[in-house]
Design a binder for this molecule. Structure first.
Ligand code: AMP
Length: 294
């Protein structure tokens, strides 16, 4: 089953994206469709990266337990017929833009395929075109968690986009050490980051979804090729901005009980308890990232 593309449904224009996000979020909060997760945020600086560490509140842990105690008879696909209150708009005949129902950071977007596709399948031209349409309206971090080990909780294909996290106007904390980005076409490793990764530069943003989508697809393919990845994909995280793209092959979902998804490699981590925060302080965020992507 897929969410139908209505014949006369206009696609979201980049300039309309931000006002639509704000209006959708306001309405979804009022109806209860949007259920933000409250956290306290701390900065943990290591090797020039001002990591943001969000710590879940105790109330949320109790909620989480309550939810886990109600197993469903049939696996539920939240993106098959998404809650209309969370739909920001249609992007293309193949993709929709939704608000993340359980958001930790504000205005967290999901870019989901209308028809079911596996989260582990290769990203396509249509996926990147939908993503760049959103990135044109919101200059943040696009990412993809491919596989459970990489942090994916839903098997239905979904890319994600978050607004800039900062600090100081940066899109993500990791940009403190990633600037300037590599040249377009050159695949590199950053010497200060000892977790497994490859990255490349994307050249100037053109504000043309077909051209920008094609450049991102080409960059993605060059990163897969650099890692020697063919059709049998290992779990990985993909991170992209308008300037650079990084791919991180994953060996483990977590270390010391701390789960890591693509946002971790951008410099944003989530821990469940004060004990986990203390463990992370002792270990250092870069060592945690190395342990899950050795
Ligand atoms: P990931 O966990 O990286 O696979 O991303 C999937 C996201 O979907 C999670 O961050 C969830 O918060 C979010 N999510 C779960 N259920 C729904 C839903 N019904 N509508 C919108 N987002 C959802």
């Amino acid at each position: 089953m897929s969410t139908p593309s209505l014949p006369h449904e206009p696609s979201l224009r980049p300039e309309d994206l931000w006002p639509r996000i704000i209006a959708t979020a306001r309405h979804a909060l009022a109806t209860g469709a949007l259920q933000p997760i409250a956290t306290d945020c701390q900065t943990l600086e290591q090797r020039g990266v001002p990591f943001q560490v969000r710590v879940l509140g105790r109330a949320h842990l109790k909620d989480d337990r309550a939810k886990r105690e109600k197993p469903r008879a049939v696996p539920f696909d939240p993106f098959e017929n998404p809650d209309p209150d969370l739909v920001v708009g249609g992007l293309s005949p193949t993709h929709l833009c939704l608000l993340n129902k359980f958001n930790v950071v504000e205005h967290h977007l999901l870019i989901v395929t209308r028809a079911f596709e596996e989260q582990e399948s290769l990203l396509t031209a249509a996926d990147f075109e939908a993503l760049v349409l959103c990135m044109d309206g919101l200059d943040g971090l696009g990412f993809y968690n491919s596989g459970e080990v990489a942090g994916a909780s839903q098997p239905h294909k979904h890319l994600q986009l978050i607004p800039p996290l900062g600090p100081e106007g940066l899109r993500v904390p990791m940009e403190k050490v990633l600037s300037p980005p590599p040249a377009r076409g050159s695949v590199t490793r950053h010497p200060a980051l000892d977790f497994a990764h490859v990255m490349t530069g994307l050249g100037p943003w053109e504000a043309n979804p077909t051209k920008d989508g094609a450049r991102l697809l080409e960059a993605y393919q060059s990163l897969l090729a650099a890692l020697g990845i063919g059709h049998k994909l290992p779990p990985y995280n993909l991170l992209t901005t308008r300037d650079w793209m990084m791919l991180v092959p994953r060996a483990k979902a977590e270390s010391h009980g701390i789960n890591v998804n693509a946002m971790g490699f951008a410099g944003s981590l989530l821990v469940k308890t004060q004990e986990q925060l203390q463990r992370l302080q002792e270990l250092g965020p870069l060592e945690l990232l190395r342990q899950v992507a050795p």
